[in-house]
Design a protein around this ligand. Structure first.
Ligand code: HEM
Length: 459
């Protein structure tokens, strides 16, 4: 990271004065006032001291210190929304964490995808795209959020969007509005509205959890059913805990996948050569089948080399999770500096993903670069799904969902060359270095540039 970029950040978040941070009294060490313009520096966000790091070594060290030197912590507004504090906190380490992780992997991991979810995703995407194609235009980010929400909620608690009397995705996507807002809970503020929407969303989830607890005979083997069956064994699985957990997991799933997917579609629309190679890969899959109308298989998914390179490249450029936030549980020593206990640390891994020393011409969308990148370098410099014990439990699910979506899109729909993809201004996905240059506002793609392939209408 160059000094100019860090200087930009420091200016935009003025650092607090030295009196606010704890001094290390041993002579040989320095406090964080020294970390101003390097790969690690201190700043202040909403009055809290925050250490920002784009230091490869430090970031890897910290993600592997969960529960020892640090704990997952997403600042006040997130902490409140996702219950990261108190008796029912969902970010606990140890047994609670192990249980949730294994439950999530049981339902969204590779085995489940291979055995069960892949054809369901394909069918769901097929239906969704048919609905989209009957409309004049689609605001992709929102529509993708609804699609991923509805599908994920089906896995979590057998939610059926078509039959449900309440539109749950709407409540959840509304809550997003105040997510990154200043946590000022007074009427009229975005945060106040967000808390109100969150309350309603939680109420709906509570009704679902209660209904399932009192009717075990109606269990269908979804994520929530399994957790309820385990309530006797795992004492932390209270009703409150389950409600908060579902709330957090639903967000983790729909917001990130829809953002990554919208960005991929926008990048494909802007790079016809990439789209062409993507189409060729998927046409080859159809050609190699005995029956071109059969469903996507796990082996076919695994053979989508270029598709996965496109997805990686979109994840590299779009800082869907701009940084990982941790709270120091005790003083942390690093390279002679001390990060005081209680401080927030932000590991800005997305910045590592646009480091010109690792990625040539880092801001260019170039999926072909993945052919040449050394896997060892990639494993250290590419962490869109985090790392350590908190590494994303939905990573394979997200990639499978996106690849399947692209498969259906490019095999059943054609880009209409006469139409320019329209853009509206709403979603801002940062395409460049998240800490420095002005982020490019990437508006949602309107899907009218894609039309259903008439030759396939009989399918
Ligand atoms: C493109 C999509 C996604 C991205 C970029 C993403 C990114 C991440 C990142 C960076 C973390 C680590 C957070 C931290 O360490 O502070 C994480 C954790 C997690 N994600 Fe995802 N995620 C995605 C999709 C999903 C989906 C679809 C699900 C659920 C089905 C999911 C479930 C989780 C869970 C349960 C964790 C916590 C894992 C643990 O603590 O062991 N994510 N994700």
């Amino acid at each position: 990271m160059d000094s100019q970029s860090t200087a930009t950040l420091s200016r935009s978040f003025p650092p607090s004065g030295p009196s606010l941070f704890k001094r290390d009294l041993t002579e040989s060490k320095r406090d964080l006032a020294g970390f101003w313009y390097g790969t690690i520096f201190r700043t202040s966000v909403a009055g809290r001291p925050v250490v920002m790091s784009t230091d490869l070594e430090f970031n890897h060290y910290i993600v592997n210190q969960e529960g020892r030197l640090v704990e997952l912590w997403y600042l006040d507004s997130f902490a409140k929304l996702f219950t990261l504090e108190g008796e029912n906190k969902t970010n606990a380490v140890g047994l609670v964490h192990k249980y949730i992780r294994s439950l999530a992997l049981d339902h969204f991991g590779a085995e489940s995808l291979k055995e069960k979810l892949l054809p369901q995703i394909e069918e769901f995407v097929n239906k969704t795209l048919q609905t989209w194609s009957s409309q004049n235009s689609i605001e992709v980010k929102h529509a993708a959020s609804v699609m991923v929400f509805d599908f994920s909620a089906k896995q979590f608690f057998s939610y059926d969007a078509e039959k449900s009397q309440t539109n749950m995705s709407e409540k959840f996507t509304n809550t997003l509005g105040g997510f990154m807002s200043f946590p000022l809970n007074i009427p009229g503020t975005a945060y106040h509205k967000c808390l109100k929407d969150q309350k309603e969303a939680l109420n709906r989830l509570r009704k679902i959890v209660k209904a399932k607890i009192i009717s075990p005979e109606k269990h269908r083997g979804d994520f929530l059913d399994q957790a309820i069956n385990d309530m006797d064994k795992e004492k932390f699985l209270s009703e409150d805990f389950l409600v908060n957990l579902l709330f957090g997991l639903l967000f983790a799933s729909f917001e990130s996948v829809s953002a990554a997917l919208s960005l991929t579609l926008k990048l494909l629309a802007d790079h016809p050569a990439v789209l062409q190679e993507l189409e060729a890969e998927h046409e080859a899959i159809l050609k190699n089948r005995e029956n071109p109308n059969s469903m996507l298989t796990w082996d076919e998914y695994k053979s989508m080399t270029f598709t996965l390179q496109v997805i990686n490249e979109a994840l590299r450029l779009g800082n869907v999770a701009p940084g990982l936030l941790r709270k120091a549980l005790r003083d942390i020593e690093f390279k002679g500096y001390t990060i005081p206990s209680g401080w927030t640390i932000m590991l800005v891994n997305s910045a590592l993903q646009v480091n010109p020393n690792t990625y040539k011409d880092p801001l260019a969308f170039n999926p072909w670069r993945w052919k040449e990148l050394d896997p060892l370098v990639v494993s250290k410099n590419f962490m869109p799904f985090g790392g350590g014990i908190r590494q994303c439990a939905g990573a394979e699910y997200s990639k499978t969902f996106m690849a399947t979506f692209l498969h259906v899109l490019v095999t059943k729909y054609r880009r209409d060359a006469n139409q320019v993809a329209h853009v509206l201004a709403k979603v801002a996905l940062s395409l460049c270095h998240p800490l420095c240059c002005n982020s490019v506002s990437l508006p949602p793609l309107v899907l009218e540039a894609w039309t259903r392939d008439l030759s396939l209408l009989s399918i």
